[in-house]
Design a binder for this molecule. Structure first.
Ligand code: UD1
Length: 379
């Protein structure tokens, strides 16, 4: 029997993780993969463009849930995904990352009883296997919705694929270390980055934004802790404006942040700032790869800048990706103006070392495919 794996993607950072997995799974013999798009992100600039640029196949199912409060969004995904799982009777559900779609679909899969039992390396089962790619990340900050998502999903997953050795240690401390279930495979998002580098080099976005051949920084902000409170956001932007007087800042604005900026009536000096809509994957990769520095509160960008060797200043109090500090170019500074300015001085002086964490080599999705082949070979 060929096993069926429903692979879930819902929000922007999921798409670059699911793309290499679906590509690697095409050659699998013991299982077939089908994509479910929850529709957590629905704007063309946060979703469709990634499908086109990363050649992600059309989803088998689109749940079209849209936005809402955490409970509304999670509940709506669960209701709609449960119907899909009942109809499709998959032997496994694979989720990536730490967004609400990840938790919602993992929870649904973990409570379904299949009509027919199936066999896999773990014996006979009546529940689909729950597979988490990017397991083992922890910020130790329960105020972040993503931290709750990470803990819940790791706790109920049958197979955990971990991106870096720190994640393996962390899971071991939580008594999750069974070598048949927990695998260090490297970082699937870096598979996508390495695969897209050549295409990104053809991008004309730097000419379009007027920064080609010039020093510039890239800013991204979307964490609720940074953007939801107008006082925090305006203080952060004042600090960044001081940096913009030294090096022009390109700022692709996330929809959550745009809503807040519009409500505040925020204006940017065009001589110092290039404020734009969210960029596609290829243009954004070219922008970051050639930047003098990046200032961000994103998780994925901390990893991408590590591999690109570009100084990254993380505008958060904690990170779930400490290997980007120990082994990458990341400086975790929070939002204190003097800490940000000191980090910028360090980045501009070129004193940031470039190292790449182990197994961030473009082959992580293939490793996952090979492990899953063994899991389902007995079915
Ligand atoms: C979500 C993820 C976050 C991830 C981020 C990347 C959760 C809890 N959060 O945060 O981990 O880092 O995506 O972008 O899953 N909106 C649009 N168009 C869209 C989607 C959203 O305009 O296509 C607006 C809506 O007003 C929405 C707001 O952005 O209310 C926030 O969207 P939401 O998906 O709730 O959270 P993100 O901030 O995008």
């Amino acid at each position: 029997m060929t096993a069926k794996i429903l692979c879930v993607a819902g929000a922007r950072p999921n798409f670059m993780k699911i793309a290499p997995l679906l590509a690697a799974f095409r050659s699998a013999k013991s299982f077939e993969a089908r994509l479910v798009h929850t529709g957590q992100h629905y704007d063309a600039k946060l979703s469709k463009i990634f499908f086109e640029e990363l050649a992600i196949p059309r989803p088998h199912v689109e749940l079209e849930v849209g936005s809402g409060t955490h409970a509304q969004q999670t509940a709506e995904i669960m209701k709609r995904f449960e119907e899909v799982v009942i109809r499709e009777q998959p032997q496994a559900v694979l989720v990536v990352g730490d967004v609400n779609s990840t938790t919602a679909c993992a929870l649904v899969a973990s409570k379904i009883r299949l009509e027919k039992p199936f066999r896999c390396r773990f014996g006979e089962r009546t529940r689909p296997l729950v597979i988490h790619v990017e397991a083992g990340l922890r910020s130790h900050d329960n105020d972040m919705p993503e931290e709750i998502n990470r803990k819940v999903v790791d706790a109920i997953s049958d197979l955990l694929f971990v991106s870096d050795p720190i994640g393996m240690e962390l899971l071991a401390k939580e008594n999750v270390s069974d070598p048949d279930r927990v695998f260090f495979v490297g970082n699937v998002m870096i598979d996508t980055l390495l695969g897209a580098k050549e295409k990104a080099a053809q991008s004309t976005i730097r000419e379009e934004f007027g920064v080609a051949g010039k020093p510039y920084g890239v800013v991204t902000l979307h964490r609720p802790s940074n953007v939801d409170d107008p006082a925090n956001l305006s203080q952060l932007l004042r600090t960044l404006d001081g940096i913009a007087s030294r090096v022009k800042l390109v700022f692709p604005v996330h929809p959550r942040t745009r809503q807040k900026l519009e409500a505040m009536g925020m204006a940017f000096d065009e001589a110092r700032w290039k404020v734009v809509d969210p960029c596609g994957y290829i243009d954004f990769l070219d922008l970051t790869a050639n930047a003098t520095l990046v200032l961000t509160d994103s998780g994925g960008i901390q990893e991408e800048t590590t591999v690109l060797g570009v100084p990254c200043i993380t505008l958060r109090e904690n990170t779930e990706r400490p290997c980007t500090i120990d082994q990458g170019t990341n400086q975790l500074v929070g939002t204190d103006p003097s800490a940000i300015l000191a980090a910028v001085d360090r980045a501009l002086s070129g004193r940031v070392e470039k190292r790449v964490p182990p197994l961030w080599d473009g082959k992580s999705a293939e490793r996952i495919r090979d492990i899953l082949e063994q899991v389902f070979a007995v079915s």
